[in-house]
Design a protein around this ligand. Structure first.
Ligand code: PLP
Length: 393
């Protein structure tokens, strides 16, 4: 079966007692057993009967199962946010004395997790230019546990060569962990690109219009011990499992992902092309043929370029005027809502990080991030052009 069919027809873990067509929401904390042996078997994982919803829940298992069937992964675990998935995946490979090689171009909370939170536990993070293989090679040591990256960085829109990074990581026995939030995993041959572990915020494309928070770890089975560390240690002991209601929403979101994504990406390309004609704003979108990452992005991500783009205005004040002039596009964070969203990352998402670090991370004060939704593109362009006219006049 092809993707769209699998997304809709992957069977439930067990036949529902009432023959429900959608996986029901099992909003319960605990499960009753017929006798002591069934109880022992469940708790010792001899059987897959659920025991407690912090670690296993039929509705969440169904979502994990659909994603496993779509990706062919060894293990899929759903968490209650992208950050919970990212931290669990990294903690499954890292420990005191280990090194993580990554980029200064990271989502703000991931950057702080690595450079602040994990530093307190003796994990060293080295920031390099991941588009420069010799710089990466120099940073790799025997104690490096992973190279961590975002497939398209947010908001710089940088793309690194995953095959090269995978070879480099494997040459020192490290894993390649990739945050694939920006392009749905359904379009990308992650295993073929050499990604060992995929992490993503399912709050974004998957949730089907920003209905729920979630994060997914997809393990391709190439890192010895990873699945055990993730499922038997971090999932249980950190307590970040996805809630059944979120899993229900995200299973539905997955069913319509392709239909939504295709429109959102086409809208993003249209907007990028139109705005770049203006001449008074800089547009950064890898879908534009003259973008420095266009070909690499096309090659690695099956011709997909995401539905996020950025525009740069002459000054920070112009950005604030732009934000205030919007009438249709919403002033909000988040990505890949059905509604188009605009934000000034420098003063908001990255607002608590000191100015020098923000400059080093290339989060410019002249930058606006647009997450493009499902509206009619003519209405979006009318609003964006009006807001830019107001900002630059
Ligand atoms: N990774 C990327 C690239 C993101 O943009 C975000 C959130 O914006 C996250 C991870 C974190 O996801 P969540 O908000 O679901 O924890």
């Amino acid at each position: 079966m092809k993707f769209q069919t699998k997304a809709i027809h992957t069977s439930m873990p067990r036949k529902d007692a009432y023959g429900a067509l959608a996986m029901p929401v099992y909003h319960c904390c605990a499960y009753e057993f017929p006798d002591h042996q069934a109880m022992i078997d469940s708790f010792t994982q001899v059987s897959d009967d659920p025991d407690y919803s912090r670690v296993t829940n039929p509705t969440v298992i169904h979502l994990e199962r659909v994603i496993r069937s779509l990706t062919g992964a060894h293990e899929v675990v759903a968490f209650n946010s992208g950050m919970a998935a990212i931290s669990a995946a990294i903690m499954a490979v890292a420990s005191a004395g280990k090194r993580i090689v990554t980029s200064k171009h990271l989502f703000g909370n991931t950057y702080l997790l690595l450079t602040r939170t994990l530093k307190r536990f003796g994990v060293e993070t080295v920031l390099v230019d991941l588009t420069n293989p010799s710089e990466v090679q120099e940073a790799l040591t025997d104690n490096t546990c992973c190279i961590y990256l975002e497939t398209i960085t947010n908001p710089q829109m940088e793309v690194a060569d995953l095959r090269v990074l995978s070879q480099l990581a494997h040459s020192v026995g490290a894993a390649l962990i990739a945050d694939t939030t920006m392009i749905p995993f359904t379009y990308v041959d992650s295993r073929g690109l050499g990604i060992d572990i995929e992490v993503l915020s399912s709050t974004k494309y998957l949730s089907g219009g920003a209905t729920s928070l979630g994060g997914i770890v997809i393990d391709y089975g190439t890192v010895p011990g990873f699945a055990d560390a993730l499922c038997k240690d971090l999932l249980m002991n950190l307590g970040g499992y996805m809630t059944p209601h979120a899993a229900y929403m995200q299973t539905l979101g997955l069913e319509t992902l392709d239909a939504r994504y295709s429109v959102q990406e086409a809208n993003a390309l249209n907007i990028a092309l139109e705005l770049s004609q203006r001449g008074d704003v800089e547009v950064n979108y890898p879908g534009l043929p003259d973008n420095p990452y266009h070909e690499l992005c096309r090659d690695q991500f099956g011709g997909r370029y995401s539905a996020m783009l950025t525009i740069s205005l002459p000054t920070e004040e112009a950005c604030f005027r732009f934000i205030d002039a919007l009438q249709l596009v919403r002033r909000a964070t988040n990505l890949f809502d059905n509604k188009t969203l605009a934000i000034h990352p420098h003063s908001t998402i990255f607002g608590t990080i000191d100015r020098d670090t923000r400059a080093q991370m290339d989060v410019s004060e002249r930058l606006i991030r647009l997450s493009v939704g499902l509206e009619d593109v003519d209405d979006l362009l009318a609003d964006l052009n009006h807001a830019i006219d107001t900002a630059v006049s």
